[in-house]
Design a protein around this ligand. Structure first.
Ligand code: FES
Length: 313
C-alpha cells in the first residue's frame, strides 16, 4: 500500500485515485462512420427484440460499453437517438446501475462481495488485502489498465462465500491469497478459469457485447451449479419429495384458506401463524406420493437439475 493510500485511508490526505472520476459526458468525439454503421446495425437487431424501442436501453448501454469501454457522452447520444429518448433520460439510467461505468474501465472488473454472508466469511478481509496489493480503491483501475476493483453486493452465490467475480464470472470460496494470485494472473495476461461457467474469463468489452445480447456461445459451457447449490434437490430426491403442480395445489386448498375468502375474526390468516416443521420432519407435500416411474429430478418444479447457467448473466 502506498504512503498516499495509507494517509488517505486515515483521512489525512484527499485520496488521489489512479484515474480521476470524469463526468459522464466527457467524450464529445464522434464515432467514425464505420463504427457508427456497425453500431446502428447492432442496435437495430437489439431493438427488434422488444415491443417498445425504449425497452432496449439497458442492452444498448452495454453495446456502447463494448465499443468505448465505458458509457461515453457519444454513447449516451447514440442511445438517445436510436430510442427517441432524451440524453437526460439515458444518463438517468446509466448513472443508476453500477454495471455501467462512467469512466474508462479496466479489462477485468474484479468484484469482491462484501455483502453480509461473504463479509463475515472473509470478504471484507479479501477486499482490504487486494486493495492494498493493487494500490487501488473501490471503482479504481490499476495503472496498466488491467484491473478495476469493486466492492459488490450479493451475487446470490452465498453457498460459496466468500465469492469474487471477474467480469461477472464466479470465483468461489476465495481467500485473500487466492484473490491476490488471481489479480496477478489477470495483470500478466494469463487465462483464468472461473469456478463455474466457461473455461476462461473474457475481457470487459467482450462481456459487454454478450450482455448487450450477442451470444458468444459460452453460456452453456462448464458447470452451472455445484454441490452446495443442489443440496436441497439431493435431499428432496432422497426423500421422494416433489412440488405439487399448480392444479394440485389449487385442488388441495380448502375453500376457507383461499385468498379471496375473507377470514373470520381471530382466524389464522397465513402460514406465518403456523409453527415450522421440526428438523427432519417431512413437510406436507400436498400432492401425495410421486407418480410411479417419475423421478424427483423430473418433477421438482423450477429446479435446474442439470446445473444451467441461469442467474449468472
Ligand atoms: S453475500 Fe456474497 S454472494 Fe451472497
Amino acid at each position: 500500500m502506498s504512503e498516499a493510500h495509507v494517509e488517505a485511508r486515515q483521512g489525512n490526505l484527499p485520496h488521489d485515485p489512479i484515474h480521476h472520476k470524469e463526468p459522464l459526458h466527457a467524450s464529445e468525439q464522434d464515432y467514425s462512420p464505420q463504427v457508427l454503421e456497425q453500431l446502428r446495425r447492432d442496435a437495430a437487431e437489439v431493438i427488434s427484440r422488444y415491443p417498445q424501442p425504449r425497452s432496449a436501453l439497458l442492452p444498448l448501454l452495454h453495446l456502447v460499453q463494448s465499443v468505448d469501454g465505458y458509457v461515453t457522452g457519444r454513447g449516451v447520444r447514440f442511445c438517445a437517438e436510436q430510442l427517441d429518448l432524451s440524453a437526460a433520460e439515458v444518463s438517468g439510467v446509466a448513472t443508476f446501475y453500477t454495471q455501467y461505468k462512467r469512466h474508462p474501465n479496466g479489462d477485468y472488473t474484479v468484484g469482491v462481495c462484501t455483502n453480509t454472508l461473504c463479509a463475515i466469511m472473509g470478504g471484507d478481509q479479501i477486499y482490504e488485502e487486494v486493495s492494498d496489493h493493487l494500490g487501488v480503491g473501490h471503482d479504481e483501475t490499476t495503472p496498466d489498465g488491467k484491473v478495476t476493483l469493486e466492492r459488490v453486493e450479493c451475487n446470490a452465490a452465498c453457498d460459496y462465500a466468500p465469492v469474487v467475480m471477474v467480469n461477472w464470472e464466479f470465483f468461489d470460496n476465495q481467500t485473500p491469497e487466492t484473490t491476490k494470485e488471481l489479480v496477478d494472473r489477470l495483470r500478466r495476461g494469463e487465462t483464468v478459469t472461473p469456478s463455474r461457467g466457461p473455461s476462461r474469463v473474457c475481457d470487459f468489452r467482450h462481456i459487454s457485447r454478450v450482455l448487450a445480447g450477442f451470444d458468444d456461445g459460452l453460456a452453456d459451457e462448464g458447470p452451472g451449479a455445484g454441490g452446495p447449490s443442489l443440496e436441497g434437490l439431493r435431499i428432496a430426491q432422497e426423500q421422494g419429495w416433489r412440488a405439487p403442480s399448480p392444479q394440485e395445489a389449487a385442488d388441495d386448498e380448502p375453500d376457507d384458506t383461499r385468498s379471496d375468502v375473507e377470514p373470520e375474526a381471530g382466524e389464522q390468516q397465513s402460514s406465518a401463524d403456523t409453527p415450522a416443521n421440526a428438523p427432519g420432519e417431512r413437510p406436507e407435500s400436498g400432492g401425495g406420493e410421486p407418480e410411479t416411474g417419475t423421478s424427483g429430478r423430473d418433477t421438482i418444479a423450477g429446479t435446474d437439475a442439470d446445473g444451467g447457467k441461469e442467474g449468472q448473466e
